[in-house]
Design a protein around this ligand. Structure first.
Ligand code: FRU
Length: 494
C-alpha cells in the first residue's frame, strides 16, 4: 500500500510542475502545489540552505499538515524537493505542525516538529493533543524516531496546556548541548515560552520558562525563536489574538520581538524593549537561521490568517514566504535588511537625483516594473515650508494601483491596497509610525509579482504586503502636497 508520504510526493510531482513559473512569485518561495503556511526547519545543511514549510499539497486551504521542502544556495533561487514529512503516525495523524532543524554529530539532519493527535475526554469531547517529535534524515528523506514523541504534556510545567504546546525551535549551544524553545499556554490563558535542553537531540529536559506573556501581547505565543545577536538576546514570537495598541500592534495575529539580557541563574529573559517585527499586513511565524558566515537570517510567512480570502482564485498555489532578511540589533531595536545576495540579481540601474515632486503625478523614464528594487530618499524641497504628504503609486494602470504614502507631520507611513483589484472586504491598509530623526526619509521597496516589502530608514522598520493586481499594471508614479525633493535608484530584479 502506498504510504501517506508517497501519495503526497506523487501528487506534487504531477501537479507541481503544471504551474508555470511565470505564474508564481519570481524570487519568493511559494508552495510546489496547494497550501503553505509557516516556514519550518530553516537551516544550512550540506552546503545549502534548507527551508521546509507547513504544507497541504492537495488544496489551497489549510488541512492535514505535511512538510514541504525547498533548497537554495543563494536564498533567492529555490529548488523543490519532495515533501519531507506526512501525518502518517498515530501520534501525528492530525498533522505535522511547525518545527525546526539541526545537524547531528554524525552528519545527519534532525527535524523537530509538533506532532498533533486527538484525545477523547470522559464527556466525549475530542480535543487536540500537541507533543514534540523528531525525524532524522539525509537532506531529502527523513525517518521518524521510533520512540516519538520526545516531549509531551508531562514535560510542561504545572498549569501549562497540553493542547497548546507547539513549534519547537532548536539550536546547538556553545556548551555542546542542544536547546529548544516551545510555545505554550499557561493557566492565565495567554502564552509562555518554554526552554528545554538535550545532549543528543532525542532526550529532552525542561530548563525554564524563558518568557511569560501575562496577557500583555495577544494570547498564545506561536513559533518562538531565540538567539543572541549583537550582544543582546532576542526572542521572536507570533502572538495570536492581539489587541491593537497605537500603531505598534494591530489586532489579529501579530509579530513580537523582545530584546533583553539573559539571567544566567534562572534562565529567563530580562526584557528591555519590545516591538512589532513587521508593520505591514502580511507577515507571521518568522524563523531564523545562522548562516555559515555568521549572519542571522530571518524569513516569515508573508500572509495574514485573517485575510485568507484575499487571493487569486485561479492559482493552484497559495501563500508565499517573505524575502530572507539579515537581522541586526542597534540601540535596542531589531533592524532588517534584504539579504545581500539580492544585489547579484539587480540589473538595469536607473537613477535620478534631486527630482522635485509636486501635486501633479509624475512618472520617470525607466522607473516601472513588478519585480524591482527601488530606493528612495525624500526630504522637503524647502525645509521652512515642508510638505503635507508624499505618495508613490505602484502596480499601477488606468484601473488599479497600490499606494505608499507618508505624512511628515504625524510621521505616518501607510500602505494601501484598496484599489489593487481585490474583491474581498478584508483589511487592505496598515500604517506605521516612523521613528524619524531627520527630515529625510529613506525607503527601499522590493516588488515581486505578488508582493511589496518596504524597508524604512535602513531597515529600522519593515512593512510587507501581498497584492494580486494583474501583472500588466506595472506603472509607478510620484506625487506630493507641497514640494518634495527625491533621489531614486531603481533596479530590475532578474
Ligand atoms: C502558526 C501555526 C503554528 C502551527 C502551525 C500549524 O501559523 O498555527 O502554531 O504549528 O501554524 O499549521
Amino acid at each position: 500500500m502506498k504510504s501517506i508520504l508517497d501519495k503526497a510526493r506523487e501528487y506534487e510531482a504531477v501537479n507541481g510542475r503544471k504551474i508555470p513559473s511565470e505564474k508564481r512569485p519570481a524570487f519568493h518561495i511559494s508552495p510546489y502545489v496547494g497550501w503553505m503556511n509557516d516556514p519550518n526547519g530553516f537551516s544550512w545543511y550540506k552546503g545549502q540552505y534548507h527551508l521546509f514549510y507547513q504544507y497541504n499539497p492537495y488544496k489551497t486551504q489549510w488541512d492535514s499538515m505535511h512538510w514541504g521542502h525547498v533548497v537554495s544556495k543563494d536564498l533567492l533561487h529555490w529548488e523543490y524537493l519532495p515533501a519531507a514529512l506526512a501525518p502518517d503516525e498515530e501520534y501525528d495523524k492530525i498533522g505535522c505542525f511547525s518545527g525546526s532543524a539541526a545537524e547531528l554529530p554524525d552528519g545527519q539532519q534532525l527535524l523537530i516538529y509538533t506532532s498533533v493527535d486527538h484525545e477523547t475526554l470522559e464527556d466525549g469531547t475530542v480535543r487536540d493533543i500537541q507533543t514534540q517529535s523528531v525525524a532524522v534524515g539525509d537532506g531529502t528523506d527523513y525517518k521518524k524516531y521510533e520512540k516519538n514523541p520526545v516531549l509531551t504534556g508531562q514535560d510542561v510545567p504545572e498549569g501549562g496546556s497540553k493542547v497548546d504546546f507547539r513549534d519547537p525551535k532548536i539550536w546547538k549551544g556553545k556548551d555542546g548541548l542542544f536547546y529548544c524553545v516551545v510555545g505554550n499556554r499557561p493557566s492565565d490563558g495567554s502564552g509562555q515560552i518554554l526552554l528545554y535542553s538535550s545532549e543528543d537531540g532525542f532526550q529532552w529536559k525542561f530548563v525554564s520558562i524563558l518568557a511569560e506573556n501575562k496577557n500583555r501581547y495577544g494570547k498564545m505565543w506561536e513559533c518562538p525563536d531565540f538567539f543572541k545577536l549583537d550582544g543582546k538576546y532576542v526572542l521572536l514570537t507570533s502572538p495570536q489574538d492581539m489587541l491593537a495598541e497605537g500603531m505598534e500592534y494591530y489586532s489579529g495575529n501579530g509579530t513580537l520581538c523582545i530584546i533583553g539580557e539573559m539571567d544566567p541563574d534562572t534562565h529567563t529573559l530580562k526584557e528591555e524593549n519590545h516591538q512589532s517585527v513587521d508593520y505591514g499586513i502580511d507577515f507571521y511565524a518568522m524563523q531564523t537561521v545562522e548562516a555559515p558566515d555568521g549572519r542571522r537570517i530571518m524569513i516569515g510567512w508573508m500572509q495574514n490568517w485573517d485575510t485568507l480570502s484575499h487571493r487569486c482564485e485561479e492559482s493552484k498555489w497559495f501563500a508565499q514566504m517573505s524575502l530572507p532578511r539579515e537581522l541586526s540589533v542597534k540601540n535596542g531595536r531589531l533592524y532588517q535588511k534584504p539579504v545581500r545576495e539580492l544585489d547579484a540579481i539587480r540589473k538595469n540601474k536607473t537613477e535620478y537625483r534631486n527630482v522635485v515632486v509636486k501635486d501633479k503625478p509624475v512618472m520617470l523614464k525607466g522607473v516601472q516594473g513588478r519585480t524591482i528594487d527601488m530606493e528612495l530618499a525624500i526630504s522637503p524641497e524647502d525645509k521652512e515650508t515642508g510638505y503635507g504628504k508624499f505618495i508613490v503609486c505602484f502596480a499601477q494602470n488606468e484601473k488599479f494601483h497600490t499606494e505608499l504614502s507618508f505624512c511628515p507631520e504625524d510621521s505616518v507611513l501607510k500602505l494601501d491596497r484598496k484599489l489593487s483589484g481585490s474583491r474581498r472586504a478584508v483589511v487592505h491598509e496598515k500604517s506605521c509610525l516612523v521613528n524619524r530623526k531627520t527630515d529625510e526619509l529613506k525607503l527601499r521597496m522590493i516588488l515581486d509579482r505578488y508582493s511589496v516589502e518596504v524597508f524604512v530608514n535602513d531597515g529600522e522598520q519593515v512593512m510587507s504586503m501581498v497584492i494580486f493586481t494583474e501583472q500588466e499594471a506595472d506603472g509607478i508614479s510620484f506625487q506630493a502636497n507641497g514640494k518634495v525633493k527625491m533621489d531614486i535608484t531603481k533596479y530590475d530584479l532578474v
